[in-house]
Design a protein around this ligand. Structure first.
Ligand SMILES: [Zn+2]
Ligand SMILES: [Zn+2]
Length: 451
């Protein structure tokens, strides 16, 4: 099985194997092509649809970055219908999706999207809904959605992860991607290093709640992270090797979501923080940073939490018994204070997963205490320190800090407290809450940045 770890994403496309985790993993992507000046290869990946009509999707920026060239290559063999979004700051919401749904018709045999984050999230879902395959031409190595099978979309103001499909093929032209703005290159790095935290949450859920876990998938993601960290310092020189490492890592990470049928290997509390900040931006009509940039910020915060966990005397934490003073009223109030009108739907979905009774809280805390050494050895101690993380990000040229989120102190504090409530998924913040020390830990971190 270890030979899998040696394979590039190009070699992994189309693989199917039965795994020691008990699942049969399949990567239903016809082809992945990564290289320089390779746009004309797109024809090879669309042969099946020759002479048919394609829906060509881009935005005004991605059209200039490579879209125009792709359009001219495709127009030799295909009839094209087009949607070019004039606004490159698109949100993955009902309005944008509606525009794409309106452009679909029975003549369209395949979709070609030229772009990165939001465009991919939208088209991946559109393809799932219409069963029309799509080919993506990546314009920036900025997020891990290129090979993903889920789509995070905003519905009624809440970021929800929907089932979606793998792309039919992925064309990643390094000569285009290396020219992407630096903040997009840093976003790709941020989305990848976020896997430290995602994998940790996954392992925590496995140890504490027996949640399904695949060792091979985790190792693949770890490999992707390591490859990117090793080449982070080449980003500011736009080194093609660094860009290749990042896009390979991002594609691999997306494949791992499909392999396990869940975003677990690629998304943990750091992603929930990013989703929360994005939702706040929408509610407050304020600009936010790119997904991956925010994931990078979230990761820094989560690494501080792991460092703090290592300093705890767990017997004393249990003896203090703060988990006994948790109340549903306070829990709901925090969500309402941050999310306003959107709060009721978050509360309704999450409440069944929270331990409100004294007996359940006692049991949850005891369980964590029993497993503490195992958690420490297998998770807490495996995490990089915040200092080494920041050094690596600095070498990559990324200087964002939590203060760049431009949140007031109270909103920042509440976002750390409540980000976990937007999903029904176990992670490190739930451990803190189950021990009754979430508020004080969040207070410490908030003080660290805001004093
Ligand atoms: Zn497996
Ligand atoms: Zn992500």
């Amino acid at each position: 099985m270890n030979e899998l770890l040696q394979k590039s994403p190009e070699e992994m496309a189309g693989l199917q194997f039965s795994c020691s985790c008990g699942k049969t993993h399949s990567i239903d992507i016809k082809g992945v092509r990564i290289g320089s000046n390779i746009l004309s290869d797109i024809r090879n990946y669309l042969k099946e649809f020759e002479k048919g009509t394609l829906l060509f999707i881009a935005d005004s920026n991605t059209y200039e970055a490579g879209g125009r060239e792709v359009e001219s290559i495709l127009s030799e063999d295909f009839k094209l219908e087009k949607v070019i979004f004039p606004n490159p700051h698109l949100h993955p919401d009902e309005e944008a999706l509606g525009q794409l749904q309106g452009a679909m018709n029975s003549n369209i045999k395949a979709i070609v999207v030229v772009g990165s984050g939001t465009l991919n999230d939208l088209v991946r879902y559109l393809s799932y809904e219409t069963k029309i395959p799509y080919v993506v031409v990546c314009t920036a190595p900025s997020m891990d959605g290129y090979a993903s099978m889920v789509s995070p979309l905003i519905t009624k103001g809440v970021k929800v992860t929907y089932d979606a499909v793998y792309p039919y093929s992925i064309i990643a032209d390094l000569s285009i991607m290396k020219e992407a703005p630096f903040h997009m290159l840093h976003a790709g790095l941020g989305d990848i290093v976020g896997k430290y935290s995602a994998l940790a949450d996954w392992k925590l859920a496995n140890i504490l709640h027996g949640e399904y876990y695949c060792e091979i998938t985790a190792q693949l993601v770890e490999k992707a992270v390591q490859q990117c960290v090793d080449s982070a310092s080449g980003i500011m020189a736009r080194s093609p090797e660094s860009i290749r490492s990042i896009i390979e890592g991002l594609i691999l990470s997306g494949m791992c979501i499909g392999m396990t049928g869940s975003s677990r290997p690629a998304s943990g509390e750091e992603h929930l923080l990013s989703h929360t900040w994005e939702m706040l931006g929408l509610i407050r009509k304020q600009e936010t940073h790119l997904h991956g940039n925010q994931v990078g910020i979230g990761t820094e915060i989560i690494l501080h939490i792991y460092q703090y966990l290592l300093t705890l005397d767990i017997d004393k934490v249990y003896a203090d018994g703060k988990f006994r003073s948790f109340t549903r009223e306070k829990w709901e109030q925090n969500i309402k204070s941050l999310f306003g009108n959107v709060a009721p739907q978050i509360i309704q979905k999450k409440a069944p997963f929270i331990n409100f009774t004294a007996a359940k809280r006692e049991k949850a805390a005891q369980h964590i205490v029993q497993k503490w050494d195992e958690l420490k050895t297998n998770v807490f101690l495996t995490m990089p320190s915040p200092i080494s993380y920041l050094k690596m990000m600095e070498e990559a040229g990324s200087k964002l800090t939590p203060l760049d989120l431009k949140l007031d102190r109270e909103s920042f504090r509440l976002s750390l407290l409540t980000a976990k409530e937007i999903r029904q998924r176990f992670g490190v913040m739930q451990i803190l809450e189950d021990l009754g020390i979430l508020e004080e830990t969040v207070e410490r971190i908030t003080d660290f940045y805001y004093s």
